[in-house]
Design a protein around this ligand. Structure first.
Ligand code: 3VV
Length: 195
């Protein structure tokens, strides 16, 4: 299952269309869950990614590297950087296609070191879709939208039903997720498949 996807997107992928009710370019996306390590405000040492729709097919996110995110002294841990890309790519798919998806595959190329204190500007775009599979890729630049490229990533996200979360997730956490939504604390989430 884990063979590298050589052609990106693969030949069977079709052009992807954003959902008719996808948030418009310029919309700032809220956290999708307050306890999410990637974007949730309740996770003190989390990544606190903040994302904005840039066009029909793209979302830009920022992530500022803190001391808690170190691997080597003064430098971001690679796994955390991959996590930031997982969040940025997943948020792009989830918000522009308005469907629940999970990461099936994530490839990350680390191009240059990312120091503590720097801000990664991650530009992610939808590349194609084939059935339940959505292909999405991103570049992360240091300290500015046109700064030097520090990482590149590609992700395959698979659309799942709500049963994925109800079967495998924690009921209390799901209840909290729903309450957050009902209280309007996260972005509008009128998903096609609604938990
Ligand atoms: C109630 C909540 C609602 C949520 C809605 C909120 C949305 C918020 C909006 C936005 C924010 C989102 C931000 C989140 C960001 C972070 C996301 C994560 O980190 S997710 C956690 C990590 N990922 C997992 O835990 C998956 C674990 N894996 C699985 O559960 C399964 O393997 C799954 C679902 C991925 C696939 O299992 P199958 O049984 O459903 O389907 P099969 O047939 O195996 O795969 C479907 C197709 O995908 C291909 N595929 C699957 N895995 C592949 C791989 N590794 N490489 C290549 N192809 C793969 C297969 O070959 C197949 O392709 P063919 O349709 O036959 O052409």
């Amino acid at each position: 299952m884990s063979t590298r996807i050589e052609n990106w997107p693969p030949q069977d992928a079709e052009a992807v269309e954003p959902h008719p009710d996808a948030p418009a370019p310029g919309t700032q996306l809220g956290e999708h869950y307050s306890e999410c390590f990637g974007c949730g405000h309740e996770v003190e040492s989390g990544l606190h990614l903040r994302s904005t729709v840039s066009d029909d097919m793209s979302v830009v996110s920022t992530f500022t590297v803190k001391k808690d995110h170190q691997g080597a002294p003064g430098l971001a841990h690679g796994g955390l950087l991959a996590c930031a890309f997982d969040e940025a790519l997943g948020s792009t798919v989830g918000n522009l296609l308005r469907t629940p998806t999970v990461t099936a595959r994530l490839e990350t190329d680390f191009v240059r070191p990312v120091p503590v204190g720097s801000t990664l500007h991650i530009a992610a775009k939808l590349d194609g879709r084939s059935g339940r599979k959505t292909y999405v890729s991103a570049e992360g630049r240091l300290d500015a939208a046109d700064g030097p490229v520090a990482l590149r990533a590609r992700g395959l996200f698979v659309t799942v039903g709500v049963d994925h979360f109800t079967t495998h997730g924690d009921p209390d956490a799901l209840a909290k997720f729903r309450q957050t939504k009902e209280a309007g604390q996260a972005e509008d989430r009128d998903w096609d498949v609604n938990p």
